[in-house]
Write a protein that binds this ligand. Structure first.
Ligand code: SF4
Length: 137
């Protein structure tokens, strides 16, 4: 039985050390982590079966080199948030609802995230007071 993790995994070495990926994937995971945020919380890690190479939870949270495959038709803003963002922190796509994005960091980073270009510690952690006031207005 493996010991439960006590910290969120954020690097390739940590993921390999936790046996959530084989050592021969460390280089690829590091390349993905250079581009996109990585975080696997202890709770998520505890759901992964390290013996199953196709573990469905691992596939959602352990970086895969295929994330770096890009096609000409790929967009940095695939769901078009920018066109509906009148001020920082707001997405107003529909008349009867609004999305207030207070923070740009997540406790885990899902490999399927369609806001992957916008989330992570390199995108700032939270709205400033002025941005928050502007978003509320
Ligand atoms: S924004 Fe949502 S889908 Fe994207 S990484 Fe964060 S929790 Fe996952």
């Amino acid at each position: 039985m493996t010991r439960p993790l006590r910290q969120t995994l954020r690097t390739a070495d940590q993921i390999v050390d936790a046996k959530l990926a084989p050592a021969d994937r460390a280089h690829d995971i590091a390349r993905v982590a250079d581009r996109y945020a990585v975080a696997i919380s202890p709770a998520i890690a505890g759901l992964i079966d390290p013996a199953d190479v196709n573990d469905p939870i691992a596939r959602q949270f352990v970086p895969d080199i295929r994330e770096l495959d890009h096609r000409p038709e790929d967009r940095a803003d695939p769901i078009g948030d920018d066109a509906h963002s009148p001020v920082t922190g707001i997405v107003h796509r529909y008349p009867d609802r609004v999305l207030l994005k207070i923070a740009s960091v997540c406790p885990v980073y899902c490999r399927f995230c369609f806001r992957r270009e916008m989330v992570g510690p390199t995108h700032g952690h939270a709205l400033s007071d002025a941005e928050f006031d502007s978003a509320l207005s």
